[in-house]
Design a protein around this ligand. Structure first.
Ligand code: NAD
Length: 485
């Protein structure tokens, strides 16, 4: 085991114990910054998932299920404090594993701590209501945990997604089985260790690393699971929903996006500029809510492209631990997908407004792609329609609100949208008509938005995570009607 990882990464965490997976096999984790093998992780499978679901059910029937909401919240606050204490180390692990610059990884660690704080604090604040009903009755509602919840997460923001999904589920008293992505799962393992040290009862959280089609598929279709939360691609989301449907189990699907930021001619362009660029290149563009389309009103189109191009040319690309602006993408496969789109840009004759340069000294085995700004893209072109999941932004001109809306809403996705304007009425009209789960006006992303419900419409998914709303998703409403005279 390489010494840079200070714990054994090869186990599954089931019922409070670390054991070898039943396959007896491991999978390699690669360091995207140089392509070397970083660690070996467990190749968990159906038998491990079965044991994890059973352990979670036992926790619900035992020590975890007996805790009051306030006691659950207190344990989560303890876990939050441990995460924040260890934020530097968690950031280092995430940077090594995902390839994102350390400062971006550190923001993710702080977000994980904040999710545990938010949901730990909320655990004892979810109430039901009394309902005016027939004479002689008292009727009211309770919110109950679903039971065992499944959490299947991707590689791009492991800590943030674990925080928002597992955090809300634990707060409502569910017991969780987490399947991290096979490409990046070090912080999921570190998180399990923190949960152990915070003193959550055995089985409240179980972690089964492994391949999607093995551990992931077994978990999504397990008859003992009562809710599935999935974050990932549209194609796998459809498989998850189909598997869950066979058990009549609700799902939350957080899928992809092709999110627009719409810049009107009256916008404060200097304020907008860093948001326009960062939302495209953060985490090398591998962000579900990346603003991969920038729609600009014609009178300021050339000016905005010029301002963005200047920033692109100054971007510094390098290994995650060098903590520059942009790191590598996650894998050779992802690099090939993104460079395939860059080829398409070339063969379609699209205008490359700017491209950051890749330093000659980059580690040869790393998965680097030059951040690229493509201008004057027709909104029906594949580069403006498909989720590239790399540091590539398409700038699209428009004239007036109606065309802006037609272009912004004209993809299969609807995750996040941004509007830049000084006209308050227009901002509200746009916010109302944009097809997206979140709309930001004169900002974008708002620092992660732990408190802000998040999720998509159309192919970006359904269900909401983050904020108080997630607590409703991770619980089931029971109505009680008592006849007393
Ligand atoms: P992916 O769908 O390939 O994998 C996501 C997870 O699903 C992984 O843990 C994987 O092992 C598992 N999985 C794969 N096949 C499975 C199967 N047959 N059954 C069960 N589980 C399976 O996605 P990815 O490529 O890792 O992530 C990128 C995608 O995730 C992008 O489309 C991105 O937009 C999306 N994403 C969305 C959000 C959001 O909140 N909306 C956040 C991050 C990423």
């Amino acid at each position: 085991m390489p010494s840079t990882i200070p714990f054994d990464t090869r186990g599954v965490f089931v019922g409070g114990r670390w054991t070898a997976p039943s396959s007896g096999q491991t999978l390699p984790l690669f360091n995207p910054s140089d392509g070397t093998t970083l660690a070996e992780i467990a190749r968990g499978g159906a038998a491990d998932v079965d044991a994890a679901v059973q352990a979670a059910q036992e926790a619900l029937d035992g020590d975890w299920g007996r805790l009051t909401a306030a006691e659950r919240g207190r344990l989560m606050l303890k876990a939050s404090a441990l995460v924040l204490e260890e934020a530097d180390e968690l950031a280092r692990l995430e940077a090594l594993d995902v390839g994102k610059p350390v400062k971006q990884a550190r923001a993710d660690a702080v977000a994980l701590g904040r999710y545990l704080e938010f949901y730990g604090g909320a655990a004892d604040k979810v109430t039901g209501e009394t309902i005016p009903f027939a004479n002689g009755y008292t009727a009211f509602t309770w919110r109950e945990p679903h039971g065992v919840t499944a959490h299947i997460v991707p590689w791009n923001y492991p800590m943030q997604i674990i925080g928002r999904s597992v955090g809300a589920a634990l707060a409502m008293g569910n017991a969780c089985v987490l399947k991290p992505a096979e490409e990046a799962c070090l912080t999921a393992l570190a998180f399990a260790r923190i949960i152990e040290r915070a003193g959550l009862p055995a089985g409240a959280l179980n972690v089964v690393p492994g391949l999607g089609e093995e551990a992931g598929a077994a978990l999504a279709g397990h008859p003992g699971v009562r809710h599935v939360s999935f974050t990932g691609s549209v194609a796998v989301g459809a498989l998850i929903q189909t598997a869950a449907a066979k058990n009549a189990v609700p799902v939350t699907l957080e899928l992809g996006g092709k999110s627009p930021q719409v810049v009107f001619a009256d916008a404060d362009l200097d304020t907008a500029l860093p948001f326009l660029v960062n939302a495209g290149i953060q985490n090398a563009g591998q962000t579900c809510s990346a603003a991969s389309r920038i729609l600009v009103e014609r009178p300021v189109f050339d000016q905005v492209v010029g301002m963005m191009a200047e920033r692109y040319r100054a971007l510094r690309v390098g290994p995650a631990l060098d903590d520059l602006d942009v790191g590598p993408v996650i894998s050779a496969r992802q690099r090939d997908i993104v460079t395939g789109y860059l080829e398409l840009v070339k063969t379609s004759g699209l205008r490359v407004a700017a491209q950051a340069s890749l330093p000659a000294a980059l580690p040869a085995g790393g998965f680097y792609v030059a951040p690229t700004l493509v201008a004057n893209v027709n909104s029906s072109h594949r580069v403006a329609q498909e989720e590239i999941f790399g540091p590539v932004q398409a700038v699209i001109p428009f004239e007036g609100e109606a065309e802006a809306l037609e272009i912004a809403n004209g993809t299969p996705f609807g995750l996040v949208a941004g509007v830049w304007t000084r006209d308050g009425s227009r901002a509200l009209r746009m916010a109302r008509r944009l097809q997206a789960g979140q709309v930001f006006v004169n900002n974008y992303g708002a620092g992660g938005g732990i408190e802000l419900p998040f999720g998509g419409v159309k192919h970006s998914g359904h269900g909401r995570e983050k904020g108080f709303e997630a607590l409703y998703g991770f619980s089931s409403l029971k109505t009680v009607a008592i006849k007393h005279d």
